[in-house]
Design a protein around this ligand. Structure first.
Ligand code: AMP
Ligand code: ZN
Length: 110
């Protein structure tokens, strides 16, 4: 049992809709979107932040970046997106399981 909310999402505990999945990463919608497209990509394994992820797990890091690129292609109309890792409390990190924000003002219309 873990109290990490993203570990619990990865485990399927809440039935969160996954928008994409690779061997080492999953993606889902941010619960409190700040832009028309606001997705999160997280490594399946728990790392505190991107600094720990980079140091420990190159495979998961590549999966996070590749999944982000794929989602941006699928969810934006122009392929442009912000790829953001808040790292540390003073930078606004609130969930201490490494995650990339995929942000865009240009949702795909369909
Ligand atoms: P950060 O401030 O970079 O740590 O971002 C954490 C993000 O996780 C915020 O944008 C939250 O809205 C989002 N978040 C928190 N809990 C959930 C959840 N259960 N499902 C989806 N997104 C969440
Ligand atoms: Zn976790």
């Amino acid at each position: 049992m873990t109290d990490c909310i993203f570990c619990r999402i990865v485990s399927g505990e809440f039935g969160t809709e996954l928008l994409g999945e690779t061997e080492h990463a999953v993606a889902f919608r941010d619960i409190n979107p700040e832009m028309p497209v606001h997705l999160l990509v997280v490594p399946k394994k728990h790392y505190r932040d991107i600094t720990d992820l980079v140091a420990a797990d190159a495979d998961a890091l590549i999966d996070v970046a590749q999944l982000a690129a794929r989602l941006a292609e699928e969810h934006t109309s122009d392929g442009s997106y912000k790829f953001l890792f808040n790292t540390g409390e003073n930078a606004g990190q609130t969930v201490f399981h490494a995650h990339a924000h995929i942000l865009s003002q240009m949702p795909k219309s369909n």
